[in-house]
Design a protein around this ligand. Structure first.
Ligand code: SAT
Ligand code: MN
Length: 594
């Protein structure tokens, strides 16, 4: 695309300045066309970043293998550089913004030598939606450009709407300059990584990684960390939530949102195939929701993204047939295994693994190998429009009306299958009380319990204590019709370590109960921690769930809950004077009820 006068002056100046700082060889303004995408894919094939998959089995699809040290979000290197450490709060890494800018400027200096600087204008949310926001990402990674074309609405369609001050600058470099005689590698990156957010000036600078949320800056960096700050200032919420439409056999539809930490099954729940006859689930989004109360007080949500960046391992025709069908063509796979006939494979895709594969590192693999064929955080990237159960309203500019909010985590003990909050304040408290076992979505140990309030621990762009207050205040908005709030846990286990609940399609039974609670056609029964389904109201027809298992699923173990409340009270101390007083009241009330 030609740089012409329709491009805002500020954008032109920024791109020009970055090109000089980074010493980029050329500047490419992305138009977002298919032709451009195809030509970038060809270039990625030439550079061995992309392996084209067999077009007869997986048309127009590619496998990328990352550098083995660049496979997940790097939370230790992620910073919120607000003016003061207090504004970033106790859950974020903080560094002085001026010092950090100086450091980053040094790192970006000449970082694109020998490379093309791509300019990606993009919209988070349907273009023209009052909820949508624009960004412009500069990157030196064509893999990122291709991924951003799937994950966002990008190119000319966004550029046309930009003014001098309606977009968030998102600066990205893999930090791997091609100085003379250095041959490019398939996955350039740098051992030194910085994922940095400047909330006051609404800027993102990301250096050193080409992977996922570190590099596709529209996603966690913009749509959660920076957007959460915008949301606080503008009176809405940016959340780590899926959005689904649930239709009952009579044809009545209700939308729900659910927050779970990364790699805890959001994509599976978003595309769920209900086991209950006559029920239908449709997907609005699988990872991020921007929500607000409209003039009538109705809570509404948009999915700011346009694609899915989903965890591959465990995805199968049995666990998530709609994801598998979404991936039939036009998909990018990263760090999965390659079959001998040029298709992809990952653990859990089929019951029996193929006899031979090339693993995610490009090495021979057989079922006898004692390593995983696919990296545990391997991902697929695919357009949402390809999902067979994409909701007809997923592009709706005003967003879909929300009837219920679900929170959850991965907990093998203590937390019942579903609990209903007593009211909004208690529900916000439940959201803040999420804790979950860590997954491969971030670098570091897997399976360790950590508090992850609202599943936003790595994604809140300001003091999490103030974020709690913002949630509480949202519920005090005039005329706000407050949806019911739930805490769910699909992962509770028995003494032998077996899951009590079958999960996947059977989770539709819990959604049905929540749906019917919104309709006021079933009752909840009070326990010290909230409402649980009154006996007979959770549809377990045909499940062959024995009576003991059902009791265990909903058991409120008082001793364990006293411990839980103590651990929570202890955790909340972290927020000091930023902790809303309402939370201490909720802890007191919980203790009294116990
Ligand atoms: O790498 S991402 O942040 O995009 C995925 C996730 O951790 O949720
Ligand atoms: Mn996520």
């Amino acid at each position: 695309m030609q740089v012409n006068n329709s491009i805002p002056k500020k954008l032109k100046t920024w791109v020009h300045d970055v090109a000089i700082l980074t010493n980029a060889e050329t500047v490419h303004w992305c138009d977002g066309s298919e032709k451009e995408y195809d030509s970038l894919c060809q270039q990625l094939i030439k550079n061995k970043t992309f392996i084209p998959l067999n077009p007869t089995v997986r048309p127009h699809s590619f496998l990328a293998r990352s550098n083995p040290d660049d496979v997940a979000r790097v939370e230790d290197s992620t910073y919120i550089c607000s003016q003061t450490a207090e504004e970033a709060g106790p859950t974020n890494n903080w560094s002085d913004p001026t010092e950090m800018k100086t450091k980053l400027t040094m790192l970006f200096h000449n970082s694109m030598t020998g490379r093309t600087l791509y300019v990606i204008p993009f919209s988070m949310g349907p273009i023209g939606s009052p909820m949508a926001k624009f960004g412009v990402q500069i990157t030196d990674s064509p893999y990122v450009v291709c991924s951003m074309r799937i994950m966002t609405r990008m190119g000319n369609q966004a550029l046309e709407h930009l003014t001098d001050d309606n977009w968030i600058p998102c600066l990205h470099s893999v930090g791997s300059p091609l100085v003379e005689h250095i041959k490019d590698v398939p996955w350039p990156c740098n051992p030194e990584k910085y994922i940095v957010h400047f909330p006051e000036t609404r800027e993102i600078w990301s250096y050193g990684s080409g992977y996922g949320g570190n590099a596709l800056l529209g996603k966690k960096c913009f749509a959660l960390r920076i957007a959460s700050v915008m949301a606080r200032d503008e009176g809405w919420l940016a959340e780590h939530m899926l959005i689904v439409g649930v239709t009952n056999p009579e044809g009545k539809k209700r939308y729900m949102m659910a927050a779970f930490p990364s790699a805890c099954g959001k994509t599976n729940l978003a595309m769920l195939t209900p086991s209950l006859p006559g029920w239908k689930i449709e997907t609005v989004g699988d990872d991020i929701a921007w929500i607000h109360f409209d003039k009538e007080g109705q809570l509404r949500a948009i999915n700011p993204e346009a694609g899915f960046f989903g965890v591959a391992p465990g995805t199968s025709l049995a666990s998530n047939p709609n994801a598998i069908k979404s991936l039939e063509k036009n998909a990018i796979f990263t760090n999965v295994a390659l079959t001998d006939d040029g298709d992809v494979w990952w653990e859990g895709m089929t019951k029996k693994p193929p006899d031979h594969l090339m693993d995610w590192l490009g090495k021979d693999w057989t079922p006898q190998s004692n390593s995983k064929a696919a990296q545990p955080n391997s991902r697929f990237t695919v357009s949402a429009a390809q999902c067979p159960v994409i909701d007809p309203q997923w592009n709706s500019p005003e967003g879909v009306p929300i009837s219920a909010i679900l929170f959850g985590g991965r907990r093998s003990t203590v937390i019942p299958l579903v609990t209903e909050a007593f009211d909004w304040q208690h529900g916000v408290f439940l959201g803040a009380s999420i804790s979950s076992e860590t997954t491969a979505a971030a670098t570091g140990a897997v399976g360790q319990m950590r508090h992850d309030p609202f599943a936003m621990l790595p994604f809140c762009g300001y003091n999490m204590g103030d974020y709690f207050s913002h949630w509480l205040n949202m519920g005090k908005k005039k005329h706000a019709k407050l949806p019911k709030i739930y805490y769910v846990n699909w992962f509770r286990k028995n003494k032998n370590g077996e899951y009590l609940w079958p999960g996947f399609g059977e989770n539709s039974r819990v959604l049905k109960w929540i749906f019917e609670r919104a309709e006021n056609t079933v009752e909840a029964q009070e326990t010290p921690i909230g409402g649980v389904p009154k006996p007979g109201t959770l549809d377990i027809s045909g499940l062959h769930l024995d009576a003991d298992t059902l009791v265990e699923l909903f058991n409120v173990d008082k001793k364990a809950w006293i411990q839980e409340s103590e651990s929570l009270a202890n955790y909340f101390k972290l927020f000091g004077k930023h902790l809303p007083k309402a939370f201490n009241d909720e802890i007191d009330k919980l203790r009294k009820r116990l």
